[in-house]
Structure formats: C-alpha cells, structure tokens
Design a protein around this ligand. Structure first.
Ligand code: GLN
Length: 482
C-alpha cells in the first residue's frame, strides 16, 4: 500500500492505524536482525501515536494528511526524550530536550514514528559502513551496502518497514541510498525544509528530505516538511512548493539538459559504469518520447565539485563537532584535567572517518592554509553557481545518473576513503549550489540491482523535480526500462 492509500484508509475508518503499525512491525520483526535499518525501534511511541489517530477517527475529529502512516526518522533528527545518536558513540545515551521542526510537523500530520534509522557516523560516508553500531544491509541484496549516509532510512523503506522515511543530504546522502535501494529520494532547495533540530554536519550544505517507494508519496511527504521556520535562520520565507500539484503536468515542451561531464560525454568524470550510463540514456529517451526537448550540455565546473566539497564539508564539520567535548552531551571519559578529559572523550567517542574529517577541516581552515584550501573551495563554489545559472537560462532541468555504480559489496571501498568519496561526484554539485535534486529508480544494472537517475533543477523549482521524476517513474513502470 502507498502512504497516501494508508492515510486515506485510516482517515475513513476502513483501517485502524494500530493494525497498519502492527503489520509493519511484523515485517521489522522478520527482517530487522538481518538488515539493521534501525538504531532504535520506537514501538511504544509509535503505538501511542497510532492509538491517538484511531481515537481521533472514532471521535470524528479531523486527522492529518499522514494519519496512521508509519515513518522512519534518520537518527540525526532530534526527537524529544528519545535517544538520538548520529550513529556515534559520542552521543550514546543523549536524549534531546526538543523535537526537530520536521519531527513536530510530521507528528502533527498524523505520522507514526517506527524508529530512528542507522547512518554513517555524523552522516559522513556513502555506505552506512561508518556507523559505530554496525552497518545496515541492502534489503535487495544483503551482501551489498544500502548506500549512505541515510542507508538505514532507505533500507527501511525498501524493506517496507515503513512506507516513508526522512533523511538528510549534505553531499548526496538521500539520493545515493535511494538509488542503491531502488526507491525515490529527494534533496530540497537549501532553505526549503527547516534544519532546526537536524544535528549539523555541514550547515551550508545540509538539507532534510523525503524517501518513499514512489514519486507521489515522496512529493506528499515533501509538501508536509517544507515551509518557513523562524527557528532556522536559513529557512526561506514565503516558499510553498506544492510538489503534489506538479505530479501530472508531464514534460511536454520542457528543455532537458544532459550533463556531458556526468553522463560519459567528452571530458566526463571517470568511473561511471556502462550499465548505469545505459539506463540513464534510456531515461533521457523516455523524456524525449514524452515530449521534452533533450540536448547535451556542458557544465565544466561539475568536475571540480568533489574537490571543493571535500574541503568545505570537513571545514564546517570540524567547527560543528567541536561541541562534543564530554561536558554537554553524551559520552564523557574521565581524566585528571579538563583538557585531557576533552581529548580522551573525543578519542574514544569519534570513529576513524569523523576524525579524518575533523583533521582535514581544521587543516583547511588553519592560518597559512585557509586561502589555499578553504578560500579556493569557496571560489569554486561560486563558479559552480554561475555555471549552473547560465545553463539554466536555456534548460529547465538537468539529467545525470545519481551514482556512478549500483550498490557495491561490503568492504569494497571502506578501506580507501578516496574510493568512497568519488561515489558522490554526481550528487555533490547541487549541495554546493543549494539546488534541488531527486533520484528516481530507472531499471537495473548488469547485477540486477537498481539504477537511479537524477533530475536537477534551479533553486525553488523543487516541484519540477517531482514532475519530471513522475514521468520517468511511469516510463520505468511501463517497461521502458530494462
Ligand atoms: N558521502 C558524502 C560524505 O561522506 C555525503 C554525505 C551526506 O550527504 N551526508 O560527506
């Protein structure tokens, strides 16, 4: 059942929210030991929410648009009184004193929170192998990673533990796991969704966004979480995306650009696998068949995105993560002096990748290297913004693969950070520019695992990404994809 049909059935009284929850918890019971999508299953919380929805229906009171729909929250979203770990030992035992804005909006909409999902520690990674609590497995092939960093959320939807999930995307962490798990994942325009209560990785890049098994459910979830929040100073005022209204508009007359550098054309980045490119080309053909005009376009600075991101994101992270000092949150490792206590706590509490990012970031920001690294990365970021702005004078949307390959086997890249980082080459540009992007499944690779195609659009055109994704989804379902 789709999230929308569950909500309709619950609101009409045809189904109880509790029975919907039980059905999903039964699936969790069957497969969670193998998948490990969750850091915590919040059964009591979920049951309370489901009973409240059922009571409201029985009393004839109005219920929200997600009445009784099970939903999984990435474990970097603050939930009042419920452990929130970022999959890090340093936050073990910490219970936030407040809910993230997205969390309270979803609760108001009637959603039922089934649990907090696993992630790469502090959202740093592309495979969920960097979690301090063990990896999540891809429900479609448990020998493969689910992608990351929101791997638990993507796996929860792919395994139908919940029809909806929330993730965060700093460099691709919603879109890439969506692609690896064969579902839909969307990164909104920077500022479209509140970051209040999202634990920061890189604040100028982070966005919260939806996961769903289909485009319409993802659009419905996005419309609920989007909107101005005075508690987030970067939240955009007066922007109501109405993504659901875009779903049936088609692509007739839309100008679609195929990004040469990310689609295997001249000057393309290396490492894009042939099967992923083949599915991407079929998706492009499907858009042309549906009436779009399609043309190859060069966005030269996209190839610099990885280098700029892996300076900017660690720089911001090194500053944000300074707050985990053994005093205010979670873990404390006692030592004779405060300084030694800080060091012992951080040495014990952070994993290897987080330490690597903190070191990269502090180095890039340090006196003498600031201009050469951080300053230069910011210049690349501005250049990318200009490049995309000029491309969008002639195109409505751009198409790329979401990730260079399908889901890879465990351990294949975890020993080599660079191998892991190149995974983000297609998704990073829209984090640096703040633009929206969506990943939609389009056929399978040679290994039988799903391929994700990415639709990019200018800032505030979030609705357009869903509009194009809906056409791709229909084409893929209609047998257009192999
Ligand atoms: N894989 C990227 C990184 O490791 C992106 C992570 C994310 O979007 N949170 O930084």
């Amino acid at each position: 059942m789709t999230a929308r049909s569950i909500a309709a059935a619950v609101a009409s009284g045809a189904r109880s929210a509790v029975s919907v929850l039980d059905e999903h918890l039964a699936r969790v019971g069957e497969r969670e030991d193998e998948i490990h999508a969750f850091n915590l299953v919040t059964e009591d919380k979920a049951r309370g929410q489901a009973e409240a929805v059922d009571a409201a229906v029985t009393a004839g009171e109005p219920v929200g648009p997600l009445a009784g729909v099970p939903l999984a929250l990435k474990d970097n979203m603050c939930t009042r009184g419920i452990p929130t770990t970022c999959s890090s030992k340093i936050l073990e035992g910490w219970r936030p004193p407040y809910d993230a804005t997205v969390v309270s909006r979803l609760a108001d909409a009637g959603a039922v929170f089934v649990g907090k999902t696993n992630l790469d520690e502090f959202a740093m990674g592309s495979s969920t192998e960097n979690s301090a609590f063990g990896p999540t497995r891809n429900p479609l092939d448990t020998g493969r990673v689910p992608g990351g960093s929101s791997g638990g959320s993507a796996a929860a939807v792919a395994a139908n533990f919940a029809p909806l999930a929330i993730g965060s995307d700093t460099g691709g962490s919603i879109r890439q796991p969506a692609a690896f798990c064969g579902i839909v994942g969307m990164k909104p325009t920077y500022g479209a969704v509140s970051r209040y209560g999202l634990i920061a990785f890189g604040s100028s890049l982070d966005q919260v966004g939806p996961f769903a098994a289909n485009v319409a459910d993802a659009a419905a979830l996005f419309d609920i979480i989007a909107g101005h929040d005075p508690l987030d100073s970067t939240s955009i005022a007066g922007f109501t995306p109405n993504a659901v209204d875009h779903l049936d508009r088609g692509v007739e007359g839309l100008r679609v650009g195929v990004v040469r550098e990310l689609c295997g054309g001249a000057g393309s980045v290396k490492g894009l696998s042939a099967d992923v490119l083949a599915r991407t080309n079929e998706a492009i053909e499907a858009l042309a068949a549906a009436g779009a005009t399609v043309e190859e376009v060069s966005v030269p600075s996209t190839t610099l995105g990885l280098s700029a991101y892996y300076i900017v994101a660690p720089a911001e992270a090194s500053s944000h993560l300074a707050r985990y000092d053994g005093v205010r949150y979670g873990l404390r490792v006692d030592a004779p002096t405060t300084g030694e206590m800080n060091a012992a706590t951080r040495t014990t509490g952070f994993g290897a990748e987080v330490k690597r990012r903190i070191m990269l970031g502090t180095y890039a920001l340090s006196a003498g290297y600031y201009d050469a690294f951080y300053g230069k990365a910011l210049k690349v970021r501005t250049m990318m913004l200009r490049d995309f702005a000029s491309v969008y004078e002639n195109f409505d949307v751009l198409i790329t693969p979401t990730a260079p390959t399908t889901a890879f086997p465990f351990g294949e890249r975890s020993g080599d950070p660079m191998m892991m980082y190149v995974n983000d080459v297609c998704t990073i540009p829209s984090n640096l520019t703040g633009h929206p992007g969506i990943s939609v499944p389009f056929g399978v690779g040679d290994d039988g695992l799903p391929v994700g195609v990415q639709v990019l659009a200018p800032a505030l055109q979030d609705g357009l990404t869903f509009q194009v994704a809906a056409v791709l989804e229909a084409a893929a379902d209609g047998g257009g994809a192999s």
